[in-house]
Write a protein that binds this ligand. Structure first.
Ligand code: 5RP
Length: 260
């Protein structure tokens, strides 16, 4: 592996413990002004000290984030459909050139593939195009893996999508937590982080993060369960304690409550 790729990966995954807390704030690319991110700038300011990586869109980065910021960026580079287009949701293609990603000084790029839909081929071929371009410049690609509607969050399908992403060249995989998640991790040769998904009660979200880490995930790439929490700072501190300090769900929940 090239020095540049290794160096960027070491910014995304903390070399001290091999874990990472990624803060996902890319939702606007298909959800518009998502609850909690209406003023992205104000929301993320107090959260950044507890995140290892920020995952925005390029417009989010340019319009809401100071260039003096001291945090590695994993830039969302896939998109093309909105939340209103339910049948085509996640029928994504390339939305950012690698040239612009480099101009933005990113440490990684993120691309979504959807496995198990008639249009899966489109997302996968665009994904491999991004991998070839990113590899040319030593930029790691994080694959966001989702499966078609109706397949559910099931280890059988999430391991299929995650393994495919790794075999196609992803450096990191982001997928959903599910029952028997250890099987998803075991059969994926690259590190896995979990997505938070829709907002759920804080104690449950922390338990999910803990379970994922116990099953071998290297961290979280969470958005709504942090910025839509009643206490976003408490929530990211609690997630950070699970990921980097081995906190139990109860200990993490105490951190959440005590940071009101
Ligand atoms: C869509 C995404 C989201 O944009 C986002 O990153 C997910 O974060 P969360 O589910 O934790 O809110 O990945 O595929």
């Amino acid at each position: 592996m090239d020095w540049g790729m290794k160096n960027r990966l070491s910014k995304i995954i903390n070399p001290k413990d091999g874990h990472t807390v990624m803060l996902a704030v890319d939702h606007g690319y298909f959800m518009g002004p998502t609850t909690g991110l209406e003023n992205l700038s104000e929301m993320i300011k107090p959260l950044l000290p507890y995140a290892d990586v920020l995952m925005p869109t390029r417009g989010g980065l340019r319009n809401y984030v100071s260039p003096e910021i001291d945090i590695p960026i994993c830039l969302r580079v896939s998109g093309g459909t909105s939340i209103l287009n339910k049948d085509n949701l996640l029928h994504e293609g390339i939305i950012v050139s690698m040239e612009d990603a480099i101009r933005l000084n990113v440490s990684a790029v993120a691309f979504s593939i959807l496995v198990g839909q008639p249009f899966e081929r489109d997302t996968i071929l665009s994904f491999t195009k991004i991998i070839d371009e990113a590899n040319r410049y030593g930029i790691p690609v994080l694959a966001v893996t989702a499966v078609g509607r109706g397949l559910g969050k099931d280890a059988k399908y999430l391991s299929l999508a995650s393994r495919m992403a790794a075999e196609l060249g992803a450096s990191i995989v982001k997928t959903y937590y599910c029952k028997d998640f250890d099987k998803v991790v075991e059969t994926c040769p690259v590190p896995i982080v979990i997505a938070g998904g829709k907002k759920i009660p804080e104690r449950e979200a922390l338990q999910m993060a803990y379970n994922a880490l116990q099953d071998g995930a290297i961290g979280v790439d969470m958005g709504r369960n942090i910025f839509q929490s009643s206490n976003p700072v408490g929530m990211i501190k609690a997630a950070n304690a699970i990921v980097h300090k081995n906190a139990t769900p109860d200990e993490a929940f105490e951190i959440f409550k005590n940071n009101k």
